[in-house]
Design a protein around this ligand. Structure first.
Ligand code: SF4
Length: 108
């Protein structure tokens, strides 16, 4: 039979080790589950978001440059597993790395 203090110590070690790992797995699962932004979304439409920067309406957004894309935008965050990017403008959604919207800001 093990000593109660030793058993308690081992229980604390297991909990202390498992808690950060569980939090990391949960965070990754949430990020991987973020849905792609729909171009038909009201906010996306208001900002002229498109999944591919080459599809930007040049007449409507004359200052748009073809090399501008979400992957080079300062408002994008690190890509999730499928390469799509969480964006500060569209919380809870991910945008295409090739996408673009009128809020585009070059990476600092
Ligand atoms: Fe893409 Fe930047 Fe617009 Fe977000 S703010 S959709 S990253 S161009």
């Amino acid at each position: 039979m093990s000593h109660p203090n030793r058993r308690r110590f081992l229980q604390l070690v297991v909990v202390a080790t498992a808690t950060p790992l569980a939090a990391t797995f949960a965070r990754n699962a949430v990020a991987a589950d973020l849905p792609h932004l729909d171009q038909a979304d009201t906010m996306a439409g208001a900002l002229g978001y498109v999944h591919d920067s080459v599809a930007v309406d040049a007449a409507k957004y004359p200052s748009h440059e073809p090399e501008q894309a979400c992957a080079g935008c300062n408002l994008a965050q690190a890509a999730q597993g499928d390469g799509w990017l969480p964006c500060n403008i569209f919380p809870g959604k991910v945008v295409s790395p090739k996408g673009w919207c009128a809020a585009w800001v070059p990476k600092a």
